[in-house]
Design a protein around this ligand. Structure first.
Ligand SMILES: Cc1cc2nc3c(=O)[nH]c(=O)nc-3n(C[C@H](O)[C@H](O)[C@H](O)COP(=O)(O)OP(=O)(O)OC[C@H]3O[C@@H](n4cnc5c(N)ncnc54)[C@H](O)[C@@H]3O)c2cc1C
Length: 493
């Protein structure tokens, strides 16, 4: 494709992304303004060795930069390599999946819309459309001279020889290596029915396609897990008019973040839309019918829930796979890195979900399984490798979810959270139309969650969580509306 054609195609991609916003298929993850594209920079002299894309065919074992994992963070890292003029003939991405990197959160949002409600499909949500960037299709990687190896996971590493071996037996020698392998969905053991036909996990496009074809025939759905995945899948199932039950062992939805009272608002909304809840429940096993397909879920208390489809959303584990010798973190899991995403092995880096990194703000080591961190860590790491940047990663935790966004839904729900959910939680608002929770510790505002805010209100949240102002808790508790509460905390900035 000529550069002019490429520009045209990228404009078309942007136009189609914004058109899809109009139809409620939004894949845009709002982000604080600091995450911006860097200006184009020229090479900074890491050697004059440059190969044309054609010359980078597989007969040459030497790769200057290799990213293992073709997911969210790999896509953003690739963009940063391109922005710094360091991709063409230098960068190779080794991916387990068949697709160029995409915005993974779409899989439990627009992707699961019923087929008559304009579901999201690739190539619509390749990175970096989720942050308003270019849609990097497989063609984009070719044009930029980035070598992509699809469906060929790395199976081993030889740290001394700086080589990787792939599933198909390819041997790649790397100069610098970025591990971006993300997580894998936690599974139920096979002996309790975790692998039965009709039992689904959702981590990639193949999983989502399998779920959709199951839903085309299903009537009764059980969702196991009351976290993000469970909430998003159950919301989509409402649009499919499935008889849906959510089962989880905790007392309320999203226990890691929501207060009991906030969770209750969401649970009521789901119930009003026909979703049933079994809280504080543990699963004994999943049962198969005479055809071998899952037919019911048996709980520890002996009760049985019929199901012809089951989705398990019980968390994820860092995909450290062949990289254990690179150095793991024993408390949060994943690969230990410093604030430039360097592992203990020179020339090897880790980013995204798999990286255990210093969370400077709260002075602890963390692993963050959220897309905002995947994007930022990728950009920070690539810049640290390619430029003289030495400043440390100073991440502000940011989580969001959006559900019931399909056409004709009773109401779109969209919340964002910034900071740390520690200390006293002060809730303001009635959920309809909006609600906010403020976490205050030792008089300081530590975290804030807002449901159904407007763009200006959402923009205020990172400022509040980052600066942690001292707030008047009595005034905040007495605020009669979310708007008034936000005004009070804004004045304390
Ligand atoms: C269904 C779903 C919904 C989500 N929704 C939200 C949301 O609403 N908000 C939010 O903030 N976050 C959300 N997330 C989390 C977010 O998607 C992740 O934080 C983000 O994708 C992490 O990026 P990553 O590059 O680290 O890992 P991933 O995007 O998971 O990419 C890792 C890639 O590495 C590949 N890989 C693994 N091992 C190997 C190997 N040995 N060799 C080669 N390739 C390998 C994997 O197949 C995968 O393609 C969601 C995640 C899922 C699964």
């Amino acid at each position: 494709m000529s550069p002019a054609a490429a520009r045209f195609s990228s404009r078309k991609a942007m136009a189609s992304a914004s058109a899809s916003l109009k139809h409620g298929l939004s894949l845009w993850c709002p982000e604080p303004p600091a995450l911006r594209r860097a200006p184009q920079r020229s090479s900074i002299g890491l050697g004059s060795f440059r190969r044309s894309y054609a010359a980078a065919a597989f007969d040459n074992e030497n790769r200057e930069f290799v990213i293992v994992g073709g997911g969210n963070s790999a896509g953003y890292a690739a963009r940063t390599f391109v922005e710094h003029g360091m991709a063409d003939g230098r960068l190779c991405i080794v991916s387990k999946e068949a697709h160029a990197p995409y915005e993974r959160p779409a899989l439990t949002k627009g992707y699961l819309f019923p087929l008559d409600k304009k579901p999201a499909r690739l190539p619509g949500f390749h990175t970096c459309v989720g942050s308003g960037g270019e849609r990097q299709t497989a063609e984009w990687y070719k044009e930029k001279g980035i070598e992509m190896l699809y469906e060929d996971p790395v199976t081993s590493i030889d740290i001394d020889k700086q080589t990787l071996t792939t599933d198909s037996g390819k041997l790649l020698k790397y100069g610098s290596l970025i591990i971006a392998t993300g997580c894998t969905a936690s599974r139920f053991p096979e002996k309790i029915g975790g692998n039965l036909p009709g039992v689904h996990y959702i981590r990639d496009v193949a999983d989502a396609n399998s779920l959709i074809s199951s839903w085309e025939k299903a009537k009764k759905l059980v969702v196991v897990g009351g976290g993000y995945i469970g909430m998003e899948v159950a919301a989509a199932a409402v649009a499919w008019k499935l008889d849906t039950t959510i089962i989880f062992p905790e007392n309320h939805l999203l226990q890691r973040l929501f207060t009991p009272s906030l969770a209750q608002r969401y649970e009521e909304f789901y119930k009003d839309n026909g979703v049933k809840f079994m809280k504080g429940a543990s699963i004994k096993h999943l049962e198969a019918g005479s055809d071998g397909h899952v037919c019911s879920v048996k709980l520890e208390d002996g009760s049985m829930i019929e199901a012809d489809a089951v989705v398990i959303g019980i968390g994820a584990k860092p995909a450290v796979g062949p990289f254990e010798r690179v150095g793991l973190n024993s408390s949060v899991g994943g690969i230990q890195v410093d604030s430039q995403f360097r592992t203990k092995i020179p020339g090897i880096f880790a980013i995204g979900d798999v990286a255990a990194f210093p969370l400077k703000m709260y002075d602890r080591i963390a692993r963050v399984e959220h897309v905002d961190h995947a994007r930022r860590s990728a950009q920070h790491c690539a810049k640290s490798i390619l430029t003289a940047q030495t400043h440390i990663y100073d991440y502000l935790p940011y989580f969001y979810s959006r559900v019931f966004e399909y056409e004709g839904s009773p109401r779109k729900l969209w919340w964002q959270f910034f900071g740390d959910n520690v200390g006293e939680a002060i809730e303001v608002g009635s959920f309809d139309p909006k609600i906010a929770t403020f976490w205050v510790d030792s008089g300081k505002l530590k975290g804030v969650l807002l449901e159904s805010g407007n763009p200006e209100e959402f923009q205020l949240l990172p400022k509040l969580a980052r600066s942690q102002p001292t707030v008047d808790t009595t005034k905040l508790r007495n605020a009669s509306s979310v708007e008034e509460a936000l005004e009070i905390v804004q004045q304390s900035l």
